[in-house]
Design a protein around this ligand. Structure first.
Ligand code: FAD
Length: 263
């Protein structure tokens, strides 16, 4: 494939914002949607479906400290990356979706969050806008942490395209996904032991009939798994690396990891 997908990078002024929870809802087992509101959100901009914000959580004393990473003398902060799922500029409301896993400051905060809870939001620093033009098939691969970005992408796709979602989730997890595009969703259940990282997703991908021509693959999940998935797509399915975007959204045994996976 000679043509490249059209990706435009846009920088944003970095702002730190104090917000308050105005609504919470479980949208699927273990997926909690939380809406935060603030006058500080004026001017919030997120142009790319896989943008991320840095979320700042109150410390054990309930204090919320906000400062840019590397700020000298600043109190220790707890930060994690999350996808801005939706922004309503008229209402000044930002929607986030948290996968509630076993443990961690983000999971604990989200589990306990109710109306009035405080949350700090930093960024996004920038957006990588992947144009839908020139792409016939959007292959979106990931686990629950990727679903906010996947759902956002599906909502922006035009009708003439094809979208295939391959998502690794617990048995019984279902999130309604919709798109103007011709959509196929494959739920890869995380049941039974996987023989290696990414194996549940790779097994589901093996069963897919795919036309690689103008097919852009986007993948985000655990870092070792996403490396294996990218390798599978490139080495076994013959994808041009430039038509694959892969990121580690978390890493087993590590905290707050974000790894862009390339060569
Ligand atoms: C660009 C980007 C966008 C993201 N968007 C979202 C989003 O919209 N929604 C969302 O839920 N997550 C999202 N994530 C993933 C999220 O940042 C991580 O899961 C993060 O580690 C959660 O923080 P924590 O405080 O709960 O756990 P941490 O303190 O970071 O980790 C504690 C322990 O939990 C493990 N762990 C972390 N995540 C998971 C998981 N998903 N499943 C099982 N074990 C885990 C770690 O390996 C560690 O052992 C995104 C990540 C990136 C890089």
């Amino acid at each position: 494939m000679s043509e490249l997908p059209n990706i435009t990078r846009v920088r944003h002024e970095v702002r730190l914002r104090r917000t308050t929870v105005v609504d919470t809802e479980m949208v699927a087992p273990q997926l909690k949607r939380i809406v935060v509101k603030s006058d500080d959100l004026k001017g919030f901009t997120s142009l790319g479906f896989d943008d991320h914000v840095k979320l700042f959580f109150p410390n054990a004393a309930g204090e919320l400290h906000l400062s840019l990473p590397g700020t000298e003398g600043a109190p220790e902060k707890i930060m994690r990356d999350f996808t801005p799922r939706r922004f309503d500029s008229d209402a000044g409301e930002l929607t986030l979706e948290f996968f509630i896993h076993e443990d961690g400051p983000a999971t604990t905060w989200a589990t306990n969050a109710t109306k009035g809870s405080e949350l700090g939001v930093g960024g996004p620093r920038g957006s990588a806008v992947i144009s839908t033009e020139g792409i016939d098939t959007h292959l979106l691969i990931g686990d629950e942490t990727a679903l906010p970005a996947v759902a956002r992408r599906l909502e922006e796709l035009p009708a003439q395209t094809r979208a295939i979602v391959v998502a690794e989730v617990e048995q019984g997890f279902e999130l309604p996904l919709s798109s103007r595009a011709n959509l196929q969703v494959v739920w890869a259940n995380r049941t039974g032991a996987a023989s290696g990282p990414g194996e549940h997703l790779i097994a589901a991908l093996r069963k897919l009939t795919l036309n690689k021509e103008r097919c852009f693959a986007w993948a985000a999940t655990e870092t070792h798994a996403v490396r294996a998935i990218r390798r599978y797509l490139v080495e076994e399915r013959g994808f041009d690396k430039r038509w694959v975007k892969a990121a580690g959204y978390w890493q087993r045994g590590a905290v707050g990891e974000h790894v862009v996976v390339d060569d």
